[in-house]
Design a protein around this ligand. Structure first.
Ligand code: NAP
Length: 332
């Protein structure tokens, strides 16, 4: 086993889209384990927009990273050394804060055992991990979809959005996805079974969205914010529910604002933000349903796979610039 760890740290705060110069790869000695700790060898990293949020100094729902910190991210892997009897060597686990590195140290509180017999490790970072659970909680617990309702989801090709659309379909809703580019739009309808999909980069996006929602929208699952949000609000039906999961279009440039509050009043809209980690008590129900849906082929797993620690930063930039499909995962 190696005694050193390669890791990627944040060395400057990105202005706009992150650049390679904002990060440094370094090699450090792996420290001794304390009682209750285990050493995890990462086999896969999961990339998520939340890392970009933590690169700014501005407080959000998580603390900002400090300069010099290992970049925040999830990982799966095997325990290779253990001082925790409940997590013996060989145990497969997922670590929410494993970070962009080859090894991390964790304990029973921040590691979740995964079963590779149910699904390959990378799926525990996506459909069976936080992306899938975020989709499940946001749509089912907060959106409360009813059969026949129309659900609009933005960043529909991403880790969360692709699951939101598929779950909404199997709950009997009409699903309209919003994504960037014709190829993604086609994939959403032809492969993932969305009823319609619209390219937000198209010059007449707002009009196309209106046509795609002939009966309006009852639920909007918000992943993006910015101009996409501004186009969706006018198609919301009276009594519509907006579930605010993320605002990825605003992470690079801190854009704020919005369409103004009058539609909330006139259309009696409900708008609710949520953070998935507040709903961990729902994890068993989520895993039970999601495992079954994947097994039955009712949910398709979408992954954007890169390989090697050196591919992490380029893959993360692709994530923030819409040049990938599905959950971004990196095989180490
Ligand atoms: N509330 C929670 O607990 C929670 C948990 C997980 C994730 N989230 C949030 O959920 C959202 C989706 O996360 P994810 O993990 O599914 O992300 P993801 O898989 O990385 O997908 C992100 C997608 O967003 C789209 N996008 C990027 N920049 C955009 C822009 N400026 N305008 C419009 N679309 C843009 C891109 O697709 P296109 O090609 O379509 O542009 C990209 O593929 C994020 O906002 C994230 O922060 C929230």
């Amino acid at each position: 086993m190696s005694t050193t760890n390669r890791r990627i740290v944040l060395i400057s705060r990105p202005q706009g889209t992150p650049q390679a110069e904002n990060f440094r790869t370094e090699v450090v000695e792996i420290p001794e384990l304390a009682e209750g700790e285990v050493l995890l060898r990462h086999s896969w990293l999961g990339l998520a927009p939340a890392a970009r949020l933590r690169m700014t100094e501005q407080a959000s729902y998580r603390e900002p990273m400090a300069l010099g910190d290992v970049v925040y991210g999830q990982a799966v892997g095997r325990v290779v050394a253990s001082k925790e009897p409940g997590l013996p060597v060989g145990t497969s686990v997922m670590s929410i804060g494993g970070g962009w590195q080859e090894y991390s140290i964790g304990n029973a509180e921040n590691l979740v055992k995964i079963d590779e017999a149910i699904a390959p490790p990378s799926v525990w970072l996506g459909a069976l991990g936080t992306s899938g659970m975020t989709a499940y909680i946001g749509l089912l617990d907060l959106g409360k979809p009813r059969v026949g309702e129309t659900v609009v989801v933005s960043a529909a090709s991403g880790g969360v959005g692709s699951n939101v659309g598929q779950i909404a379909r199997l709950k009997g809703c009409r699903v309209v996805g919003i994504a960037g580019g014709q190829e993604k739009v086609q994939h959403l309808t032809e492969v993932l079974g969305f009823d319609a999909a619209v390219d937000y980069r198209s010059p007449n996006f707002a009009e196309q969205l209106r046509v795609a929602c002939p009966s309006g929208a009852d639920i909007y699952f918000e992943n993006v914010g910015g101009a996409v949000r501004d186009a969706v609000w006018p198609v919301m039906n009276q009594g519509g529910r907006i579930v605010v999961c993320g605002l990825i279009a605003e992470y690079n440039d801190n854009r704020q604002g919005g369409p103004g509050w009058f539609p909330i009043l006139s259309k009696r809209l409900s708008i609710q933000g949520f953070i998935m980690s507040d709903h961990l008590h729902r994890q068993q129900a989520f895993l039970q349903d999601m495992r079954q849906w994947i097994r039955e082929g009712r949910i398709q797993v979408q992954e954007d796979v890169s390989e090697g620690l050196e591919s992490v930063v380029p893959a993360f930039i692709r994530l923030l610039t819409g040049k990938k499909f599905g959950k971004s995962v990196v095989k180490l």
